[in-house]
Design a protein around this ligand. Structure first.
Ligand SMILES: [Zn+2]
Length: 301
């Protein structure tokens, strides 16, 4: 199992189909699990995908339309039923607090777990861990929506040839990493920047500044493409994207792996999303998401 991967739980927009559940996406990021937009049926999709509630550390909801949030009731109750021993944090638009309250307490159950509510009401960082900073950006949709972005801090990759040339070995390697210099040799001389990985989740929006900011330089971008390009007028009206719009964002942002999802039930042929994304000039890795698919983050450059 890859240490960093996307597990796709559902890929339908408004209406689930025989082959597509409502939304749901688990991002595995080293030891952590972040569940995005659990729609109806997410609990069962998790079972089918081999994801347990113990795998969850965070839940991020972009907005309170049912296809992105009705699964909260079931997932939260299951977290409590299974007595998950660690804290779980939930992020969602603060303007939808009343919806979150209703979903959290939709029916009677015994509350056993610390679920921390951390609502979002502004652009910017939400959480910092050693592995990533989680940020939010406002989107443009009929109800308030925020997209999410994980940015791993840049690190340094030691260069064995340079270390040897300077006679640095054994415990001295750790020393120069900690202290930034050793015997007059700066760390930069024997190492190079290892760029941190970036992931963004952009759901239910028309084109806006937030979309571009979230996508910028991402190793993986999961983005809605509810409509095909011929229905762009509908997309703008309802606050959604087309395949071509999403792909142009990814192209301009230098995205390495584009994952399209959240498809309207009106389209029979998923390959048309791929054709339109390619026609828009996106040349990186491309996945037209299917339920229960696993997509590994691209290898580090
Ligand atoms: Zn939606």
């Amino acid at each position: 199992m890859s240490a960093r991967e996307l597990v796709v739980l559902g890929t339908a927009s408004q209406v689930p189909t025989r082959h597509r559940n409502h939304n749901g996406y688990l991002l595995r990021w080293d030891g952590e699990g972040i569940l995005f937009d659990p729609g109806e049926g997410t609990q069962r999709q998790m079972l089918r995908a081999g994801v347990a509630v113990h795998d969850l550390n965070r839940i991020c909801v972009t907005h309170f339309h049912g296809d992105h949030s009705l699964g909260l009731a079931g997932v939260i109750q299951r977290i409590n039923l299974d007595k998950v021993p660690h804290e779980i944090t939930a992020h969602y638009p603060r303007s939808g607090q009343r919806f979150f309250d209703r979903l959290r307490y939709a029916t009677a159950y015994r509350e056993t777990v610390a679920l921390t509510e951390a609502p979002v009401d502004t652009d910017g960082p939400l959480a910092r861990t050693p592995g990533y900073t989680l940020e939010a950006r406002k989107l443009s949709h009929p109800v308030e929506a925020y997209g999410y972005r994980l940015v791993e801090p840049d690190g340094r990759r030691m260069l064995p040839g340079r270390l040897a040339a300077h006679g640095i070995k054994g415990p001295d390697v750790g020393r120069i990493q900690r202290e930034g210099t050793l015997g007059g040799v700066p760390l930069e001389e024997v190492s190079e920047v290892r760029r941190g990985q970036r992931f963004a989740f952009v759901m239910d929006t028309r084109l806006c500044d937030g979309v571009y900011a979230l996508a910028e330089g991402c190793d993986m971008l999961v983005i809605e493409s509810t409509f095909l390009d011929e229905d762009e007028a509908l997309a703008v009206d309802f606050g959604h994207l087309t395949a071509g719009q999403a792909a142009r964002v990814a192209r301009d942002a230098g995205v390495r792996h584009l994952v399209l999802t959240h498809f309207s039930q009106r389209y029979a042929d998923p390959e048309e999303f791929e054709r339109q994304a390619r026609a828009a000039g996106y040349e990186g890795e491309l996945t037209v998401a299917r339920d229960l698919q696993r997509v590994a983050l691209p290898k580090r450059r």
